[in-house]
Design a binder for this molecule. Sequence first.
Ligand code: 4AD
Ligand code: MG
Length: 430
Amino acid sequence: MKTTIAEVGKYVGQEVRIGAWLANKRSSGKIAFLQLRDGTGFIQGVVVKEEVEEAIFQKAKSITQETSLYVTGTVREDTRSPFGYELGVTNVEVISESTDYPITPKEHGTEFLMDHRHLWLRSKRQHAVMKIRNEIIRATYEFFNNEGFVKVDPPILTGSAPEGTSELFHTKYFDEDAYLSQSGQLYMEAAAMALGKVFSFGPTFRAEKSKTRRHLIEFWMIEPEMAFYQFEDNLQVQEAYVSFIVQNVLKNCKLELNTLGRDISKLEKITAPFPRITYDEAITFLNEKGFNDIKWGDDFGAPHETAIAEAYDKPVFITHYPTSLKPFYMQPDPNREDVVLCADLIAPEGYGEIIGGSERIHDVGLLKQRIEEHQLDEKAYEWYLDLRKYGSVPHSGFGLGLERTVAWISGVEHVRETIPFPRLLNRLYP
Ligand code: 4AD
Ligand code: MG
């Protein structure tokens, strides 16, 4: 029976044939243990000298790392492995030999691994992270589909800048100037006026000169936008959504979380509602904690976010930031001109901000004023102002950074391991 590693549980006691690569191998005079992978999973193949033809045993012993194979064997339950099965190998056929595979089971430096990212992806750890990333994407579509959202795809080449002009990738668009999208939000606002509740999922680009474990140059964002939703409604969508993806990873990625050594008990606590503190309270809290460098009006750095997160075992919303710290489109607090109706969601365990969101300005006069204050080119925003001219309504939305969310849920230190081919400050290869 031709099958895959993920499916072998259906064939206990039967003989199966699997296309695979040799991930690793241990052998002695009498037995060879083949660590096999086929993309769907990892399984140990056991070749016993006494039980196979001598030529097969010798072949099995000589297979080199990452050689591709067809392996035939009997599926057995194996209570010692987290996967639960092993293969009693009866035959091995080499498809294509691999010699001098650069990534050996010994330790390698990060730069070396990054230079070989196209091969590093085959490792058990990277496989686990990619599976968790995929589950988060799958659960995202499930959540928003269940909630009646419509998936809308904003453009990647744009003429306007939602998140400030300093971090834009510039390109020529025939005779015009264009930028790679840093957020689809403005277009999603237009879509929300047409379709009510919408979400996007796509790549975004920021020419940020930050070399931290949280920053990528190209990253993927999920951006929901909802007509008639106000500040509080927006937070409720976020906490329901984030809890949903965590609970689905717990349910569907047990093996991967185990491979990564993730502390499951920390993820099990992630259920709505999430705690909230205002920006003002956060400043007071930090000053009391001994952070004397930060005062009202300053933005938080990574150490500040981490200190705040450590006070909670769930993600925490920091709300009502000073207007001066945030983009032009955020709705002011009706009770206080100097803060806006926004929230950043800070992940636990030092993973930093995973969501930025807000209620949007729906008054055309105020929006025009903000565009001027931020010295943006009003012509590029004419279409955006139209949304406030023709039946403007209160609306809100947010953006979740996929890679930071994958890093947090997987428990990996750096976002470079959470995207197949990371684009970093000094890296465009492979
Ligand atoms: O807070 P940000 O800049 O918000 C926006 O772009 C809004 N327009 C979203 C919206 O309301 N529709 O970015 C949103 C999230 C951050 O919270 C963070 O998780 C992620 O995107 N992010 C990055 N992730 C990796 N590398 C970077 N350089 C990132 N910049 C932002
Ligand atoms: Mg932000």
